[in-house]
Design a protein around this ligand. Structure first.
Ligand code: SF4
Length: 451
C-alpha cells in the first residue's frame, strides 16, 4: 500500500495549503475557483508550489503540446516530494479527461487524476488518497446533465469582479476544436440559480460579473426555455451589479436581438469578444464555423451602429489545412477593417480526435510559417493606435487589483475593456474611479485619478 502519512484529523485543526496551477481558457480559471471553493474547509491558498501541501494542475488541451507541457511541469515539481513526502499532486482539466489512467502510469508522482466532470468529487478523492493510500483516477463520461449550483460559495479576499458559469459544454464541433470532446454536450443552468449566485456575489462586494460559457448565445433555461437575452434582462435587475460581461459569443448565434439588448441594458459593457478565426469564406467553411465573412461583418456593423463606442476582441487561427496566402490575406483585411482592440492568435495545430486532424494539407508549412508573426505585427499596430487614441481622455475605471509589477499602482478596466494603471491606494479596490489617461503601453494605459 502506498501510504503518504497525511492525517485527516490533523488537517481539521490545521488547514493545509493548496496551490492550483491553471492552464488555458477562462473556463479553466472558473474551474480553478471551484477547486479552491470545494477544498476551502481543509485547505487555504498557498502562495507558491513550494509551500503547498496539495498541488493541482488544471490542464487545457486546446493548444498544441498540452500533454507534453503537463508532463514536463510534473517532472519539475516531482522533486518537491523529496523534501515534502506528504505533498499530494493532482491533475484535472481537459488533459486529464483525455489521458485518464495514462497520467498515473506515466507519472508516478501524481496522486489523483480527475476529469472535467469530476471537479465536485475532489474533496472525496483527496480523502480516499489520504485514508487508503491508493492513487486515484476518476474520469466520468459526460452524462448530459444540466450543471447545477456547482461550487460551495466562497469569497476569499475582496474581489471587484467575478466569473459566473451559466452553461457547460458545446454542441458545435468546429473542425479544429477539442472542447466538445472534453467538455461534453451543451447544457445550461437554470436562470434562478444563476441569479441567486449573482446576488450572492454582489452582496459580497463584486461589482462586475462575467457570464461564462463556451457559447453563451445558445444559453437556454432548461426549465422555461428562455434564452440568453432574457437572462441578461434579469441580470440587469440584480441590485448593485454595475457591469455585466459575457464570453464566449459564437458569431453564428449572435442575434440582432442580442445586439439591441447590449445597447439597451445599462449594465452590459461596451465590449464583446467575437471570435472570427479567419477572414476567408473557404476557410470558415472548412472550419465548420457556420457563418461567412459577410455575415460576421453584418453583426460588427450593427453593433457599431447601435453602440458607437463598442470595442471588439477576437481569436484568429492561422494556417488551417488548405489555407492559402490569398485566404490569409482576407484575415488581414478583416483585422484592418474591424480594428480589434486585441486578439488571441494561434498557429493551427491538429488536436487529436477533431475533424481537422484528419485533413490533408497541400500547403507547405514553411510557406505558412511567417503568417502568424505578420498577423500579430498588424494587430500590435492597431492596438497601439487605439491606445494612443485614448490618451488625453477621462475614463471610468473599476479598480480590480494592485499592479503586480508596481505596488504603488492600481489596475482596473474601463467598460470598453481598456486596462488602466494609475497611482493609488489598495483601499480603492472595488471602487469606480475617474482616471485621466496620460500615456499608453503595449497592453495597458497609464493615467492619474481625477479628484
Ligand atoms: S463553438 Fe467551436 S470553437 Fe467554440 S467551443 Fe464550440 S466547438 Fe470549440
Amino acid at each position: 500500500m502506498e501510504g503518504n502519512g497525511h492525517s485527516p484529523e490533523n488537517e481539521m485543526n490545521d488547514p493545509g495549503k493548496l496551490f492550483v496551477k491553471t492552464f488555458g481558457c477562462q473556463m479553466n480559471v472558473y474551474d480553478t475557483e471551484k477547486i479552491y471553493a470545494f477544498l476551502q474547509d481543509s485547505y487555504v491558498p498557498a502562495a507558491s508550489e513550494e509551500e503547498a501541501d496539495v498541488i493541482i494542475l488544471n490542464t487545457c488541451s486546446i493548444r498544441e503540446k498540452a500533454e507534453q507541457k503537463v508532463y514536463s511541469l510534473l517532472g519539475r515539481i516531482k522533486p518537491l516530494k523529496d523534501v515534502k513526502p506528504n505533498l499530494l499532486i493532482g491533475v484535472g482539466g481537459c488533459v486529464a479527461q483525455q489521458e485518464g489512467e495514462r497520467i498515473l502510469r506515466r507519472s508516478p508522482a501524481v496522486d489523483i487524476v480527475f476529469g472535467t466532470h469530476n471537479v465536485d468529487e475532489l474533496p472525496r478523492l483527496l480523502e480516499e488518497r489520504i485514508k487508503f493510500g491508493k492513487r486515484v483516477c476518476r474520469v466520468r463520461e459526460d452524462t448530459g446533465t444540466v450543471p447545477t449550483s456547482d461550487a460551495p460559495r466562497v469569497m476569499g479576499s475582496k474581489r471587484a469582479t467575478a466569473l459566473l458559469t451559466i452553461m457547460k459544454g458545446c454542441d458545435n464541433y468546429c473542425a479544429y476544436c477539442v472542447v466538445p470532446l472534453v467538455r461534453g454536450r451543451e447544457a445550461s443552468r437554470p436562470a434562478p440559480e444563476i441569479l441567486d449566485e449573482a446576488i450572492f456575489l454582489v452582496e459580497n462586494g463584486v461589482r462586475e460579473i462575467t457570464l461564462l460559457g463556451q457559447n453563451v448565445n445558445s444559453y437556454h433555461d432548461p426549465d422555461t426555455g428562455a434564452g440568453f437575452v432574457s437572462l441578461l434582462e434579469s441580470m440587469e435587475l440584480v441590485p448593485g451589479l454595475e457591469r455585466l460581461r459575457f464570453v464566449t459569443s459564437h458569431p453564428k448565434d449572435f442575434s440582432p436581438e442580442l445586439a439591441h439588448a447590449m445597447a439597451d441594458l445599462s449594465s452590459v459593457c461596451e465590449h464583446i469578444h467575437l471570435p472570427v478565426q479567419a477572414g476567408s469564406d473557404r476557410v470558415l467553411s472548412a472550419m465548420k464555423r457556420g457563418y461567412s465573412s459577410r455575415q460576421y461583418m453584418d453583426k460588427i456593423e450593427l453593433l457599431t451602429k447601435l453602440i458607437p463606442e463598442v470595442e471588439f476582441t477576437t481569436d484568429f487561427i492561422v494556417g488551417f489545412p488548405g489555407e492559402k496566402r490569398v485566404d490569409f490575406e482576407r484575415t488581414l483585411d478583416m483585422l484592418s477593417v474591424v480594428k480589434y482592440q486585441n486578439a488571441f492568435s494561434f498557429r493551427f495545430s491538429p488536436r487529436p480526435g477533431t475533424a481537422a486532424a484528419a485533413m490533408e494539407d497541400p500547403v507547405d508549412a514553411e510557406v505558412k510559417r511567417p503568417w502568424l508573426p505578420e498577423l500579430q505585427n498588424l494587430q500590435n499596430q492597431v492596438t497601439a493606435e487605439k491606445h494612443q487614441n485614448m490618451v488625453g481622455r477621462e475614463v471610468e475605471v473599476l479598480v480590480e487589483s494592485v499592479d503586480k509589477k508596481k505596488s504603488c499602482f492600481l489596475e482596473g478596466r474601463t467598460r470598453t475593456n481598456y486596462i488602466v494603471h494609475f497611482p493609488g491606494d489598495s483601499a480603492l479596490i472595488g471602487q469606480m474611479v475617474q482616471v485621466k489617461l496620460a500615456s499608453s503601453r503595449t497592453i495597458h494605459l497609464i493615467g492619474e485619478m481625477v479628484n
